[in-house]
Ligand binder design. Sequence first.
Ligand code: MRU
Length: 357
Amino acid sequence: MALQAIKYDTGKLEILDQLLLPKESKYISIKGVEDGWRAIHNMQVRGAPAIAIVGCLSLVVDIYNEEFEKKKVLRQEVEGKLNYLVSARPTAVNMKLAADDLLNMANDLAKDENISVSEMKNRFIKAVEEMLEKDVADNSAIGQHGATAILNQDNVRNGNVRVLTHCNTGSLATSGYGTALGVCRSLAFHKRLEHVYCTETRPYNQGARLTAYELVYDKLPATLICDSAVSYLMKTRHITAVIVGADRVAANGDTANKIGTYQIAICAKYHSVPFYVAVPLTSIDFSMPSGDQIVIEERPEKEMTYISNVRIAAPGINCWNPAFDVTPASLITGIVTELGVFKPSELGNLSKKLNSS
Ligand code: MRU
């Protein structure tokens, strides 16, 4: 059975507590936006698409259990709670874009005199529930496009590929299947994945705890490496491509992703290894001109000075713990989306095409 980070059934939401993995597989109940905000902020659920989906579903749980007499009241509640959810983690854009779309929808429904308050509530709930299904379908398309792009590269040896990935972008970070990890899954499905290397992803070890867990769960050929082994891996193991996810891609292709992504992209350039970013369109912020404007979240120092409640850093040392960095577009070979693979310079045309359709 496929690993499921999010369990949702008509107004009832549970998430796999990712802070307990791989030791313990335990689902916790999300009873509304307060729980949703906390689970996202504390990283019991993380990964840009999963943050948006759990956030929006937590709002559904709230309004599902409430009676509204007026559409205006429902609209106000939706707006206030969406703004609150957006504040849980600042770098990932998916929650913000979902909030904008849902608020536009709520505004239109509130204005439409032919729609009753209960109809408005039902339509709103349905729109969020559809996000869950769309994300899995988009990830499957991303997997296919990414696998095709990598397999068409000149550096593929004996028909099979060895890829490197960073952080966790799999079923745990999405509604299912994953983005960058979805590309690995697709390569494996086509029996072309020779090996996937995943980094530990310090400081919070999403690679060692979560990606390694998913790779073992799916029985994919995989090896965990320290973040500091990346250059040596590229020098000695013939890596065909790097594939990572993103929390926000700016309009020029600059990409915010887990801290450490930038240095991997530099290593990839030096070793002539193609570097791909796999994202649903909901991770692209066409309104942000470049990566310079992306707000980088800084996390508590405890997430770097402790591992499983054991202090590993010398007491008294100062710490700096940015959760993400920005990889310049010039280091990115292709951005893999559900609509195909684009060079960073092609995002402008993509945006125009999306706006006109
Ligand atoms: O801090 P996290 O674990 O939420 O960071 C996650 C990442 O950086 C992922 O690469 C990104 O959100 C894409 S998940 C499909």
